[in-house]
Design a protein around this ligand. Sequence first.
Ligand SMILES: [Zn+2]
Length: 404
Amino acid sequence: MSVKILRASVIAPMDRAPIVDGAIAFEDRIVDVGDARSMLSQHSDAKIFDVGESIILPGLVNAHAHLELSAFCQAPEPKSFADWLLNLVPRSTLSAADVQGMVERGIPAGVEQCLRFGVTSVGEISKQCMFSRPMLQSGPLRVVSYGEVQAMAQRRGLLDERFATATDLANESQWLRVGVSPHAPYTVEPEGYKRCLEFARREHRPIATHLAESPDEATFLEHGTGPFRELWDALNHWDDRVPKYMGGPIRFARDLGLLDYPTLLAHVNYCDDDELNILARGKASVVYCPRTHRYFGHPPHRWREMLARGINVAVGTDSCASSPDLNLVDDLRLLHEIAPVASVSTLWEMATIRAATAIGMADQVGSITPGKFADFTIFEAPSLKAILESHVTPREVWIRGDRI
Ligand SMILES: [Zn+2]
């Protein structure tokens, strides 16, 4: 394999300050990065790709998506989160062939959007992983495929089957790493969470869950009532043996041991001061999905306080059922709009190195660091700030040393 060089007016490695007139030497992995003059003299026989007045970032990382739902469009504004979920219920009565068809349309649409918007790695939760994984295992997108587990009430008996499907390693490849996702505290009982966490610990694998997404979670955990209970009643699958838990979803996660592991917590839209302290003492990452958050009209997210307390916070899009599309940079643009004083480089970290940490891939992707994969996203813009203050989309995306 011969060495290639990408040269641009700015390189933003994300593990150090931007380099003006920089260059990256790489094969399938990054060999070296620095100022263009020294890179060119050190690698004089390399093939040179000069992208001129552009900024090269590491390939972006979307820490929370559901690619199989990419064939859906965002529904009209929901009355509430539970109401939105209830609208998804008819999908649970689809035939196996219908579900497979939905996944077969959704996955390519989701992959196409990721690449178009500069995302080269994704933490994706898949309920239908028996269909989605074979479609994702050959790349070119890097995927942590969190197999989703739901098992509660009259459906608790499905745990063995769902767990076995979610943790099946048959489709694992150099592009696809298998993780597991107990869905949420209103769909998985502690027994299911424990099984998933035990698997993650034993096999050193990523685990993700939706947590504190809606204020109704605490009501449901504490009393078995509220909109989530109504959802179960609508499905006709409730029973009264579902364990109760006093103290809300964040303490629930802590007591299960999820915060002692680098668990990915999607959303955490509801978090008081004590809960913030609990998260800060743990190892979990929080993934904030700004446009999805706005779609549901949740109160302001405490991401800046989380960052200030040392919690790893990343951005994600969530699925096309709650986000207009998978344009992760539009989520950063929304953050820049919400918090114009927040450091622009921190925002970009949330879509690169922090997101890579959240999905357990920080040793492979997320920064332009020698040894990591040669995945790059290139924008024709003068600075990281200028990208956020325009609607520019990537001019080129490179994965594993090749232009896509
Ligand atoms: Zn989600």
